[in-house]
Design a protein around this ligand. Structure first.
Ligand code: ZN
Length: 186
């Protein structure tokens, strides 16, 4: 377990910006987010993926402007058939790291930092933005790409459910239930 822990710490460290050490102006970072990143997050819906992330950090006197752009593919579970499928994702975001708390800075894209923060770990933010970019409806693009066997089984299950419902409405069945209930009551 020891070497694995060391590896995880390294991975985390990769997404840390050295605020104090950065020169003023723009600094570019390029990351490739892979399975390890998602594996570190126990409750992540995404277990596998490859996402290219470009980060531009603009350091100014009073704040840092972070521009995130990412694009990639993640594996998600299809809502229709239950198999994994490849989902293309991509988005961009601007985040402001500002020194000191000011009124009107409650904007969700503004994060307040202090002069004592010499670095900033971006990994949680990256994870958050990737999660936000996932579609609400998660299915194979076309139904023909779905696991047909699973779809058939699902259809069969739904059919037997509606059969049971129909049986409950059946007058013969209702009469039998009534008789049984009367017997039990007496
Ligand atoms: Zn599917």
């Amino acid at each position: 377990m020891q070497p694995e822990l060391g590896f995880m710490k390294n991975e985390e460290h990769n997404y840390t910006i050295p605020l104090a050490g950065l020169p003023f102006g723009h600094t570019d970072y390029q990351y490739v987010i892979d399975d390890n990143f998602f594996a570190e997050r126990e409750y992540s819906e995404v277990k596998n993926g490859v996402v290219n992330l470009h980060l531009d950090v603009e350091k100014m006197e009073t704040m840092f402007v972070l521009t995130l752009k990412f694009e990639g593919k993640v594996l998600l579970q299809c809502d229709r058939c239950g198999d994994d499928y490849e989902q293309k994702i991509g988005d961009s975001a601007e985040i402001y790291l500002k020194y000191g708390a000011e009124k009107g800075d409650e904007d969700e894209d503004v994060i307040i930092i202090t002069k004592n923060d010499s670095e900033f770990d971006l990994s949680d933010l990256i994870y958050e933005y990737i999660t936000l970019s996932l579609p609400i409806h998660r299915t194979h693009e076309k139904e023909s790409q779905c696991n047909q066997e699973a779809l058939e089984k699902l259809k069969g299950y739904q059919q037997s459910e509606s059969d049971t419902m129909a049986a409950n409405d059946n007058p013969v069945w209702k009469e039998m239930m009534k008789n049984l209930k009367d017997k039990l009551d007496n």
